[in-house]
Design a protein around this ligand. Sequence first.
Ligand SMILES: [Zn+2]
Ligand SMILES: [Zn+2]
Length: 147
Amino acid sequence: MPKIKTLRTKKPPDGFAEIEDTLLDFANRLKDIETAAHDGKKKNESLWPIFQITHQRSRYVFDLYYEREAISTELYQWLLKQGYADANLIAKWKKQGYEKLCCLRCIQAKENTYSATCVCRVPKHKLDKDKVVECVTCGCKGCASSD
Ligand SMILES: [Zn+2]
Ligand SMILES: [Zn+2]
């Protein structure tokens, strides 16, 4: 009879070792930015790289699980729980029209002035050609899925 494991360990689920290096890389890049000086930058702008890296990290986890099917559900959920990916953002990516959404704030009407959503959510063909698209929150240059 096989032994039934009842021991609860705090160790990450199987498969973590394979992606650990990449996750560490994201963590190091975040640390670098947080410790770098923000001289001459507006407060919002100094936060953009942080949003962009955490976005990339969420996307990485999302791809691993949904696109490449390279990790187990157990590991995926563990990563979410540990804060390696934003579950709320990933929930949006699964919806039509939000596949490329950069951050949740861009779809919160109150914080933005551009009609109901952030300027980065407006398809490029609907904007003036000369207009600079830049999300104030994360510096996104456009994440409408029709672009
Ligand atoms: Zn955006
Ligand atoms: Zn944004």
